[in-house]
Design a protein around this ligand. Structure first.
Ligand code: EPS
Length: 382
């Protein structure tokens, strides 16, 4: 199971080709478009999200609502393209004013040097987090496969600009039952109100805010990933997938960095047995992963997003061509996009789990895959 994405932020469209999914997966277009809409929302998003209504246009690989094993092509049109047709033209030559003042924290400077471009637009168009719309579409398709196997992925925001949720206000049973319906994808209403205030304040100051989101995977199948080789470990794959999201700077699994403060006796999840539940745990410090493999408990991962580098009160910078000291480029952007990133985090998690599910149980047809899972679960619970 692999995919590539293409498309510039203000180009005609975003596109992706997905290959290697089994046939027979029921594809619910509403679920894909709902996830695309969830990625667009969030208090603190910029003007672009008022222009776009992202919709997945499936061009191949699905027939009568089911995958047929062929590569799946998806296109998401950029409505904003109509305002950029000249400046982003494939063969024209009316670029308008060049962007030359690199934003600290963005791909602008090093990208223009590496790819030998005099207009930072050639870099920022692809570095933009707009690309994540395609990943959300791929993730939504991966979720169709995972749901067919009972696996559900949820996310919620736990910190924005230092305003943290109170862990007591997070009910994981409710989260398991349904995804969070809130502007900031936050379970704690009291914290959410404070987060919105912090976003308002940052906006007033011409500033931006980052934060932390948590991904929880319920009803996992034990044994995804492997201890046998470094690049087959589930935690390594998830960390890599989450770190590949624009502006994500750190990932924690289970207790994560808190493990540094805990002795072994409080770090590991003791095992118990009864005939109904088989081997079970009362705690989940490991975040559902031991030895690079899912252990059947919920997978719990956190990721931190740095504040977006486009500041309306810009930082000091240098013109990439004249080398003059200037203020960094300001252009329309978001004050805070952590809730959007949490939806992308769900998608990347779904993609990794779908890949490992197919690797372990077979990728030709969903009936074969589900039969292989049933056989395996029966064996390990014997
Ligand atoms: C984004 C689209 C972009 C930005 C944002 C995310 O649209 P525009 O550049 O037209 O305003 O809102 O991208 C960035 C923060 C970035 O640094 O590029 C989206 O679709 O998520």
């Amino acid at each position: 199971f692999r995919f590539l994405t293409a498309g510039e932020s203000h180009g005609q469209c975003l596109a992706t080709i997905i290959e290697g999914l089994p046939s027979g997966i029921k594809i619910d277009i509403n679920k894909i478009n709902t996830d695309l809409a969830r990625r667009q929302q969030g208090y603190g998003r910029g003007g672009r999200m008022k222009i776009e209504t992202d919709k997945a246009d499936i061009l191949s690989g699905v027939r009568f609502g089911e995958t047929i094993g062929d590569p799946i092509t998806i296109r998401i049109n950029n409505k904003d393209w109509s305002n950029w047709e000249e400046r982003m033209s494939v063969f024209g030559n009316v670029a308008g004013a060049k962007v030359t003042a690199a934003r600290p924290g963005h791909a602008d400077l090093i990208g223009s040097q590496k790819y030998n471009r005099e207009d930072i637009r050639d870099i920022l168009e692809r570095a933009s987090a707009r690309e994540t719309a395609t990943r959300v579409a791929v993730g939504a398709i991966a979720k169709c496969l995972l749901s067919a196997c009972g696996i559900e992925i949820r996310s919620h925001v736990t910190n924005i600009g230092g305003v943290k949720v109170n862990p007591k206000n997070i009910d994981y049973t409710i989260l398991k039952g349904s995804r969070v319906e809130s502007e900031l994808n936050c379970c704690d209403k009291i914290a959410e109100a404070k987060m919105k205030d912090a976003i308002d304040q940052a906006k007033k100051n011409g500033d931006t805010l980052g934060g932390v989101f948590e991904i929880v995977v319920f009803n996992t199948i034990p044994g995804l990933g492997s201890h046998i080789q470094w690049d087959r470990r589930l935690d390594a794959k998830l960390a890599s997938a989450l770190m590949s999201i624009q502006a994500i700077k750190g990932v924690e699994v289970g207790e994560g960095f808190e493990f540094a403060n805990l002795p072994g006796s409080q770090s590991h999840d003791e095992m118990f047995y009864n005939a109904n539940r088989n081997v079970y745990r009362k705690t989940n410090h490991a975040g559902g992963i031991e030895g690079g493999m899912s252990n059947g408990e919920p997978i719990v991962i956190k990721a931190v997003m740095k504040p977006i580098p486009t500041l309306m009160r810009p930082l000091a910078s240098v013109d990439i061509n004249s080398k003059e000291e200037v203020k960094a480029n300001t252009e329309r952007s978001d004050v805070c996009a952590v809730s959007a990133a949490s939806v992308v985090g769900e998608a990347m998690t779904a993609i990794v789990l779908a890949e490992l599910l197919i690797e372990k149980f077979g990728g030709d047809n969903i009936c074969d895959l589900k039969a292989a899972i049933d056989h395996y679960i029966a064996r390990i619970n014997r």
